[in-house]
Each structure stands twice: as structure tokens, then as C-alpha cells.
Design a protein around this ligand. Structure first.
Ligand code: T1G
Length: 707
């Protein structure tokens, strides 16, 4: 049975319908563009056809070029013969009928059509910058002609997906159909309506909106300034601006040629390769390779949260933000009222910033219902325990949940490090228990670390992963080990940054290296934001459990002085009242100097590269241990956790991907050298040694079976 054609042309009376059918998202994989061109030529040559519709089969219009093809030797159609060019030469009206996504090359094809109609739930955009390139199918030349240069610059440098109603207002979409309309029928009717209209409205012929740039040529420098912080160390966002500038200063075809030049500079850049890696790593993280076939995640329609503290409140907001009713409880009415007040204040801040409409705030708040006790949450589909990070506080809660929750309810804990099996052991249904570790602030951070207990059922694990996706999180699986995958792999980094102070570094020096590397904030400033009291408590707990635990006297002394960071006006830095700007504090430098002298650690200077590698190599080594112990499925999952849990700069791919750019052998050799110099804490993991010996990239490391 020959494969179904990727593209087919049918007729509905005098209207030709071109359908792209290349699951899952009709990406422009090999043969798709050629198929569209062939269908176009056939339709244009068929006298019975007065107009044509282009539509996607399945769940989407066209989600852009096939990203897997970038960086490979692939067949490229020359300028003038590409699908966009053939559309420009079309003699009969083309209507793009959009549902799901019209992204990248998909929107570029739609903009090369003469008309665009969509269903209200559709989204359009040019997200190429998110994978380190730019729209290379005429998008940088056609979009400014449709929406004006300003909006085009914002859309192309942000890569955001624009909902169809807004795209209509902006001028991208000509008509948004009613929500219950049949897209195909609506498009055919629309095509019939405009079939005789001439001249054909080609976007390339419309320069009127470009006048905006002539009137205000400063818009290009203005957007360069506005993106400077988030586009640091990157080239793609700036090439995007140059391409739109070309649209405003060059005739269309010259603009297209300039777009190609700027595109070619990016396709194989380190930035683009790292961002492509991150794109597929995120998709891979959703897959659990060892689940029995046929097991499906449980659906859920509502949730409950135990604990209305900072994390509990943020978790409740995550459910409400995605439309789920959620009940929240706490140990006392006062604590619950404080929690609800904090939630209200968080939403009010978003309204004040203009990132949330007042009525949407009301809708979300209405979904969050404070309740008195366990009897009020028993029929919830999912319950998330988010109370103080103490085993003796959490265990009684799981005993109470075991009594209160209906059979089949998913019972997950937001613990960031405690033993899931001990919590599950407090219930008669450990198969329904797993970890669901949110990152602070829980309603903002995208990562959800799902932790499998020894008795967590496949259904429970799949359901918790799916829960994350349904509330806008990136779910990644971790084994049950102290600190799970994210915090455990980060642990050595957190120690090494303080040990560097013992040897002569200062917090501001280390923070500058990490900010230059691409982090939004340095690790010491992050510590002050999170609160140094939390770190102190966790170090004390670890020292009590493990006599060999490497103490951090400098960090302990700073915290024991009540310097908890921003919340106390001083931590690693000092802060002016009402201001979050970190100021280096001579008091901290004095504590560092005195403690180092007491410890007898010789002081020396450090290069930025050594500081960077001491921090990140320590975590690479631990990540290899996690893989060799079977506590993570893939090295790329660890990268996803660092990107979405710790703000690792995305255009560097992730911790393991970045280390691979240096080379596994060099990483190993350096760690082995530090092992000689500093002892046991730098002992290379067995897996790292094996990878170095075989020259296997870290991101391809084979993990032991997950357990
Ligand atoms: N190429 C290849 N595979 C793709 C793909 C693409 N463009 N988009 C999605 N997939 C795969 C994905 O890997 C996954 O596979 C499955 O589809 C479902 O995706 C010339 C140069 C469309 C919003 O950047 O943002 O056009 O894991 O899990 O959450 O100027 O996918 O199941 O095997 O993400 O519903 C520009 C990228 C390309 C869009 C759907 N386009 N895709 O999200 O599903 S560059 C993009 C997305 C370009 C032109 C240029 C999202 C989505 P698997 P998913 P989703």
C-alpha cells in the first residue's frame, strides 16, 4: 500500500483544495514544499478551478520548516522556485485556511497566499529566533508589509505565537471564523466569494505600512536597546532586525536576497545548534521509555493543594491559570487567609504590570477556593502536598490524605529533596503517590520534576507528567534520590561557589562570570533572592545525616548573622531599603577573609574560565553519577532541568550539551586534575571516565535503567 501523499489536491466544484498531510504538525519536511508547488501548478493550469484553498490535515496548518533538516545537507529550492515564489506568481486567488499553528515557514506560506482565514483557536507566528535563526521564507519582508515594521520587529524578535483574533486586529488574518465553524467549508465559501477579485492582493506589492519606518527610522535602534539584556551573546535577534530593516530600505526582491544572506550566517551557528538541541530535548523529556504499552494517563478536572505558603499558593495559581478549579487548605485559618492574600497580591502585580487583564484575574481567583480541611478536598482528582520541607510535618499529612482522598486520586508531594518512598509508605496506596517538584515561583517557573517512587504505578507517573503539561509546565522524570535530579546535580555547584570564596574569590566576581556567561542573575544574588536561611537549614540537615558532608563555614557564618538576603536587607550583598539592587558588602569580604585565614586556605586569583568550569564541571560530574545510578533517563533531561529550573542560558543548550562543546575528554582531564589537587569531592564518576575513554559525547551517555 503506497504511503498516503504528503500533499493532495481535490476539487470542490470550482475551488481547488490543497491539503498538507504530514503528521504530527505538517512541518515542511522533504517533499512537502515540492508537493504544494506541484498542486499549485496543477490548480493554476486547471481551467475549472477559479480559486484555491491551502489547508492542513490533522491538528495543525503548517508548523514551519522541518527543524530536523537544519544543519544537514538538504535539497534547497533556489530563489524564485521556492513555494513562496510560486505563490507570488499564482494567477488564481489562494486562501490559506489556518487551524492549530501557522508558524515559521507555515505563516510565510500563508502570507504568500492572497488571503488568510482562521479558526479562533489558531495561533500564528515567526518563532525562528527561538531556534537561533530567522524567518528565511520571506517572513521578514512580508510581515512588516502586513503589520508595519514595529509590530513585525516585536513578533520576529520575540518569536511569540499570536492568537488568531489578535492576528486579525494586526492585519495578518483577513477573517476569523465563528468557533463552531467548519474551516474547510468556510474557506471554500470564502474562496468562492473572492474568486473574481483582481488584482490579486499580493503582500509583496503593499509597501504602505513600511512608511512607518521612514517616519521613525529610530525604531531599529530602539528595539536593539530593548532586547539587549535578553539577547546578550546572541546573533539571531540582531540579524532579524537587520532583515526587517532591509524590508524597509530595499525593493522586495533585494530584501529577500538580504534575508537569505542573514539566514545563512545563522543556520550552523553554535547558538542555532544549541537551541535546536534544546527544542528536541524538551520534546524527548516528555517520553518515558520504560512504561508498559497501552497505559494511559488519568484525566483530571480539578485539583487540591495542601499548604498555602509561597509554593502552595504558586501551585494553586498554576492550576487556576490553566482553567482548573483548585481547592487550597492550610493548618490554620490565619495561614490560609495569608496564603489567599499572597495569591491576590501576585495577581494584582501582574495586572499592574499589564501582563494580566483585571477580568482574567477575577476569573482565575474565582477558581481558587480556600477550604477548611481534608473533608473538603476528598473528591479532588489530584492533591499536591506543599507544606514545610520537614519529613515529620509531611508524613502525618500523607496519612490524612490516605484517609480523605477518593480511590484513584493522584497524591503528589512538592518536596524538593525528601524521600518519596517514606511519604508513600504512610499510605495504603503507595502506587498512587509520586513527587511533583515545582520550582519557585511555582506559577512562573516552567519545570516540573516528576519523581518516581519505588511503588509509583506507571499510570501515576504518566498522569503526573501529563498534569504538568496541562498546566503549562515542562515535565521531566527523576529517580528517588536525595535532591532528585535537579537539586542533586546542582548541589556541587552550590558548594563549589562558596569554596571558591575560601580560596580568594568574592561573590560579585563569581556572579559577574555567570552573568557574562548568560545567566539572568549570578548564583550569590539568586541565593539572596531565595533566602540564605533555607540553604543554612538544608546544610544543617545534610551535615546531621552525613558525617563526611563538606561544611561551608563562610556561608554558615553569613546566614548565622541573620543575613538572609533581600528579605533582611543583607546577605551576600547589602540592599538599600525598597531596592533589589545587590551592592558588594565589605562586611562579607571581611567574613570571607577571616574564615579563610582560620581554615588556613591559601588565597589566590582566578581566571573567569576557571571559575566557570569549577562550578559547572562539578555538576557535570554529578550528573554523570545520576545517570550511572539510573536516576535520570537521559542526559538531555538533565539539560532540560537546568534550562527550566536554574535559568541556564538556552543558547548554550544545557549543562551537558555545553560541556560537550568543550569536549568530554578535556572535561574529564580537568576533573581528574582537580581530584588530585582537591581530593575526593572531585573524584571523577565512572560513567564520565568511560565516556572520555570512548570519546562519547555526554549528551549521548547511556543511563542505567531507571529505578
Ligand atoms: N520540525 C520538526 N518537528 C517538529 C516541528 C518542526 N518544525 N514542530 C514540531 N515538531 C515535532 C516535535 O518534535 C514533536 O515530535 C511533535 O512534532 C509534536 O510537537 C523557512 C526556517 C507546533 C507549537 O519553530 O513550536 O520555519 O516528539 O510536542 O506542544 O522561515 O511543536 O512527538 O516526535 O512540540 O503541541 C519554525 C516548532 C521552524 C515551530 C506544537 N517553526 N514547533 O507544540 O507539540 S523554522 C517552529 C513548535 C522555519 C522558515 C524557517 C511546537 C508546536 P515528537 P510538540 P505541541
Amino acid at each position: 500500500m503506497p504511503d498516503a501523499p504528503l500533499v493532495r489536491l481535490d476539487r470542490d466544484g470550482d475551488i481547488g483544495v490543497i491539503t498538507v498531510d504530514y503528521p504530527p504538525v505538517n512541518a515542511l519536511g522533504p517533499g512537502v514544499a515540492e508537493g504544494i508547488i506541484e498542486a499549485l501548478k496543477k490548480g493554476n493550469a486547471d481551467p475549472a478551478v477559479r480559486a484555491m484553498v491551502l489547508i492542513g490535515a490533522g491538528r495543525s496548518f503548517i508548523a514551519g520548516a522541518d527543524i530536523r533538516g537544519f544543519g544537514t545537507a538538504r535539497k534547497r529550492l533556489p530563489l524564485g522556485e521556492r513555494v513562496y515564489d510560486i505563490l507570488d506568481a499564482a494567477t488564481k486567488p489562494m486562501v490559506a485556511a489556518i487551524h492549530g499553528y501557522a508558524l515559521g515557514g507555515g505563516l510565510e506560506i500563508a502570507m504568500a497566499c492572497h488571503y488568510r482565514i482562521a479558526v479562533p483557536s489558531a495561533k500564528v507566528g515567526l518563532p525562528e529566533v527561538l531556534i537561533g535563526i530567522l524567518p528565511g521564507g520571506g517572513g521578514t519582508q512580508r510581515l512588516p508589509r502586513l503589520v508595519g515594521p514595529k509590530v513585525a520587529l516585536e513578533m520576529i524578535t520575540s518569536g511569540r505565537h499570536v492568537p488568531a483574533p489578535e492576528a486579525r486586529t494586526l492585519g495578518i488574518i483577513d477573517e476569523v471564523l465563528p468557533a463552531d465553524a467548519d474551516l474547510r467549508a468556510g474557506a471554500i465559501a470564502y474562496a468562492r466569494k473572492i474568486a473574481a477579485a483582481r488584482p490579486l492582493p499580493r503582500v509583496r506589492d503593499h509597501d504602505e505600512r513600511l512608511a512607518e519606518a521612514k517616519a521613525d527610522p529610530g525604531i531599529f535602534d530602539a528595539i536593539r536597546k530593548s532586547i539587549a539584556r535578553r539577547a546578550r551573546n546572541q546573533k539571531a535577534p540582531y540579524n532579524c532586525i537587520l532583515a526587517v530593516e532591509a524590508a524597509c530600505t530595499l525593493p522586495f526582491d533585494q530584501g529577500i536576497a538580504r534575508e537569505q544572506e542573514l539566514f545563512a550566517e545563522l543556520e550552523n551557528s553554535d547558538e542555532a545548534r544549541a537551541l535546536r538541541y534544546a527544542f528536541f530535548a524538551e520534546r524527548e523529556a516528555a517520553k518515558l521509555p520504560d512504561m508498559p504499552v497501552g497505559v494511559k494517563p488519568r484525566e483530571f478536572a480539578n485539583a487540591a493543594v495542601v499548604g498555602a505558603g509561597t509554593m502552595g499558593g504558586g501551585i494553586a495559581m498554576s492550576f487556576a491559570d490553566f482553567g482548573y478549579p483548585v481547592r487550597i487548605m492550610d493548618a490554620s485559618k490565619e495561614a490560609l487567609d495569608r496564603g489567599m492574600e499572597r495569591i491576590r497580591a501576585n495577581y494584582a502585580t501582574s495586572v499592574k504590570r499589564g501582563s494580566l487583564a483585571q477580568d482574567e484575574m477575577e476569573r482565575r481567583l474565582a477558581r481558587i477556593q480556600p477550604v477548611a480541611g481534608y473533608d473538603d478536598i476528598g473528591d479532588a482528582d489530584i492533591v499536591v502536598e506543599a507544606v514545610f520541607e520537614e519529613m515529620d510535618v509531611k508524613k502525618p499529612i500523607f496519612r490524612a490524605l490516605d484517609k480523605a482522598m477518593k480511590p484513584g486520586a493522584l497524591m503528589v508531594s512538592n518536596t524538593s529533596a525528601l524521600d518519596i518512598d517514606q511519604l508513600a509508605g504512610e499510605t495504603a496506596r503507595p502506587q498512587d503517590v509520586a513527587g511533583a517538584h515545582f520550582f519557585s515561583p511555582a506559577n512562573v517557573m516552567k519545570l516540573l520534576e516528576v519523581v518516581r517512587g519505588a511503588k509509583s504505578s506507571p499510570e501515576t507517573l504518566l498522569s503526573t507528567m501529563a498534569m504538568g503539561r496541562k498546566i503549562g509546565k515542562l515535565s521531566a522524570m527523576a529517580g528517588n534520590t536525595d535532591g532528585f535530579v535537579a537539586n542533586r546535580s546542582r548541589g556541587p555547584f552550590n558548594s563549589e561557589m562558596v569554596i571558591l570564596l575560601e580560596e580568594g574569590c568574592l561573590p560579585e566576581q563569581v556572579d559577574k562570570v555567570m552573568v557574562d556567561f548568560g545567566y539572568p542573575m549570578g548564583p550569590f544574588a539568586v541565593g539572596d533572592l531565595a533566602g540564605l536561611d533555607i540553604g543554612l537549614a538544608s546544610r544543617k540537615r545534610r551535615a546531621a545525616q552525613n558525617p563526611n558532608y563538606r561544611k561551608l563555614p563562610i556561608a554558615d557564618r553569613v546566614a548565622e548573622l541573620g543575613r538572609y538576603g533581600q528579605k533582611t536587607g543583607a546577605g551576600w550583598y547589602r540592599y538599600e531599603k525598597g531596592d533589589r539592587t545587590p551592592h558588594p558588602d565589605p562586611e562579607v569580604a571581611r567574613i570571607i577573609k577571616e574564615t579563610a585565614a582560620e581554615l588556613g586556605v591559601p588565597q589566590r586569583s582566578f581566571t573567569d574560565q576557571e571559575i566557570l568550569r569549577r562550578l559547572l564541571f562539578s555538576s557535570v560530574n554529578e550528573a554523570c553519577r545520576i545517570l550511572e545510578e539510573g536516576k535520570a533517563y537521559r542526559a538531555s533531561d538533565i539539560d532540560v532541568m537546568w534550562l527550566h529550573g536554574f535559568g541556564f542560558p538556552r543558547y548554550r543548550g544545557g549543562l551537558m550539551y555545553w560541556a560537550d562543546q568543550i569536549g568530554v575528554r578535556d572535561v574529564y582531564n580537568q576533573i581528574a586534575a582537580w581530584n588530585q589537587q582537591y581530593g575526593e569531592r572531585w573524584a571523577p564518576s565512572r560513567l564520565l571516565r568511560e565516556l572520555a575513554e570512548s570519546g562519547t559525547p555526554l549528551r549521548e551517555a547511556k543511563a542505567a535503567p531507571m529505578h
